[in-house]
Design a protein around this ligand. Structure first.
Ligand code: SF4
Length: 350
């Protein structure tokens, strides 16, 4: 396998305590995260609100400074770049972040062409004709005709706005694209269209795409791999088919059990994976497993956060399947009721 495009090692990001009520700042947003992304693959990053998935993207594009750890892009460590080297990296536009709906925040007087061309201002060095060519190229890649150039974002449908957002993100010809919840506000047909578009972009441009999502089902069918986050920790990663079919971490299992459209090898019910009382009622140390208070399988060893350990996978590179749980996969033997005695009626998700 080729060298990874992006390597994240032991990444920790901490937000300062909030100065006033309602402001950002909740301590560690990411803790000791290890992740690799390869050219041409689509990786889903999934977790609930506050799990750190957006912080991962913001740290990679340089919008937040890590408290510890390292981020390397194409073998170059980004944390040590200073001055001209840092400016050159930012101006290269090689890593881009497509926000959920950036067009809402933009000046309503801007045309689609102006919105898409804005990142080229940072790249610089392009004459007017080349800028126009790049904008038309980006619009074409997302399936929008050049007649959209002079329209305004408010004149577009949700799906068209999302495509303009993607055109804006790829106009600098990036190698790595983070898409933050690209389909969460779209109806089913536009959702499928945007996901197919991301698949086409990775094929035609060799782009690595990271899709940030809060539900696993939206990633099935498009992502090659998935990385599951919980409270700032990467708790499981691996080929998406394997992770969905037989999750190794109890939190991932809870996510899949709560996603009715996900096809499972096991027939699990969310109640089998939550602690029967909702909470273990035990006081865990600061260094305990992040899922300990909710986990049905928590035991004394869980007072220490487990490292990401390799889980047996069936793919060509089994080491790419990892989970941070002291009893990864083995917790199945403790299911109550056992798998073969679960009432099929309980498959319906509450
Ligand atoms: S380490 Fe312990 S508490 Fe954490 S997920 Fe595994 S069994 Fe549950």
């Amino acid at each position: 396998m080729s060298a990874p495009l992006l390597v994240v090692r032991d990444l920790t990001v901490t937000y300062a305590p909030p100065r006033r009520k309602g402001s950002l700042g909740t301590g560690a947003a990411l803790s000791a995260v290890d992740l690799e992304i390869h050219a041409g693959e689509i990786v889903g990053v999934v977790g609930e609100t506050g799990s750190g998935k957006t912080t991962l993207a913001r740290a990679t594009v340089g919008l937040v400074r890590p408290a510890a750890g390292a981020i390397s892009f194409e073998g170059k460590e980004l944390g040590v770049l200073r001055g001209r080297d840092l400016r050159d990296f930012r101006r290269s536009g090689q890593v881009q972040l497509a926000f959920q709906d950036p067009l809402r925040a933009l000046d309503g007087d801007l045309t689609v062409a102006q919105v898409v061309a804005e990142p080229l201002d940072i790249v610089g060095g392009l004459d007017k004709a080349e800028r126009r060519r790049r904008v038309d190229e980006a619009l074409g890649l997302v399936g929008l005709e050049t007649s959209f150039r002079d329209r305004h974002p408010r004149q577009l449908s949700g799906g068209q706005r999302q495509r303009v957002s993607l055109a804006r993100a790829i106009v600098t010809r990036p190698r790595l694209l983070f898409c933050d919840e690209p389909v969460s506000a779209l109806d089913v047909s536009n959702r499928n269209l945007v996901l197919r578009l991301l698949d086409t972009l990775r094929t035609e441009l060799g782009l690595a795409v990271v899709i940030i999502a809060h539900d696993l089902s939206s990633l099935a069918g498009v992502a090659d791999r998935v990385a599951v986050f919980y409270r700032g920790r990467l708790v499981e990663q691996g080929p998406i088919g394997e992770v969905l079919a037989r999750p190794a971490h109890p939190y991932t299992a809870l996510l899949t059990a709560s996603a009715p459209s996900v096809q499972l090898e096991d027939r699990l019910h969310p109640d089998q994976l939550r602690h029967p009382l909702g909470d273990t009622g035990r006081t865990w140390s600061d260094g305990a497993c992040v899922f300990a208070s909710r986990c049905a399988f928590a035991h004394d060893a869980c007072d220490e956060q487990p490292a990401l350990l390799t889980v047996a996978g069936s793919g060509p590179d089994p080491t790419r399947r990892t989970a941070a749980c002291h009893v990864a996969d083995a917790w199945r033997t403790q299911l109550d009721p056992p798998l073969d005695r679960l009432d099929p009626q309980k498959e319906a998700v509450s």
